[in-house]
Design a protein around this ligand. Structure first.
Ligand SMILES: Cc1cc2nc3c(=O)[nH]c(=O)nc-3n(C[C@H](O)[C@H](O)[C@H](O)COP(=O)(O)O)c2cc1C
Length: 197
């Protein structure tokens, strides 16, 4: 597991080689093994491949164009739209994209009470753990992955297309890597850790 943690990279170039179904199921099962508050297991995974993936990419690109042109969900983040288009290009190369939905989540535009906010934060922590489990499991199988939140640049369009109850949280692109990026830099331990004794 520690080897997988060291070896994992965000992969943005993929081979077309399909992922064996059993490997994909093991990756999804590893996501389901994550801990969660009160064991709520606040996740649903929507696996998109083949013709459905081509359709999803069209919806994604149209959603980004709409975000750029009118009534943006993230008006202060327009400078990141070019990067979102690049993310979609990476998704186009990946044979599989998994969308991760929080079935207990509220609409992103909804105001939350502090209690609802805490409930949501706790659920989302476990979704993060679930996604990381899947990335590490994929790495161990030699399968590359990209954790994707650029979905928020086409949020409405993707939610409508997925037709899923709950809150869309992230997507994961999966496929055999067609690049071997070096480890990206991390902050120094002393910059992020403080000790109290
Ligand atoms: C919550 C989250 C969202 C991310 N969203 C995207 C994304 O939409 N597009 C992308 O190319 N990378 C995305 N990334 C990947 C990060 O850019 C990447 O993890 C970071 O640069 C460190 O690189 P590494 O994963 O290779 O260590 C995301 C990562 C996380 C954890």
């Amino acid at each position: 597991m520690i080897d997988a943690m060291d070896a994992r990279r965000s992969i943005r170039k993929f081979c077309a080689t399909p992922i064996p179904r059993q490997d994909l199921i093991e990756i999804l099962r590893s996501g389901m093994k994550a801990p969660s508050p009160k064991n709520r297991q606040p996740w649903k995974y929507i696996v998109v491949e083949g013709d459905a993936k081509a359709e999803m990419l069209r919806v994604f690109r149209a959603g980004i164009a709409r975000e750029q042109a009118e009534g943006a969900l993230l008006p202060q983040s327009k400078k990141h739209i070019a990067a979102a288009n690049y993310t979609v290009d990476s998704m186009a190369e990946a044979p599989v994209v998994v969308f991760v939905v929080n079935p207990l989540g509220k609409d992103v535009s909804e105001g939350l009470t502090p209690e609802e906010h805490v409930y949501e934060i706790c659920n989302i922590q476990s979704i993060g753990a679930s996604i990381e489990n899947m990335l590490l499991c994929a790495t161990e199988k030699g399968i590359g992955s990209l954790w994707i939140c650029d979905i928020y640049f086409a949020y409405q369009a993707l939610c409508e297309w997925l037709c899923s109850e709950g809150q869309l949280v992230a997507a994961i692109a999966l496929g055999y890597p067609n690049e071997s990026p070096k480890a990206r830099p991390r902050k120094r331990l002393e910059d992020v850790v403080s000790w109290r004794s």
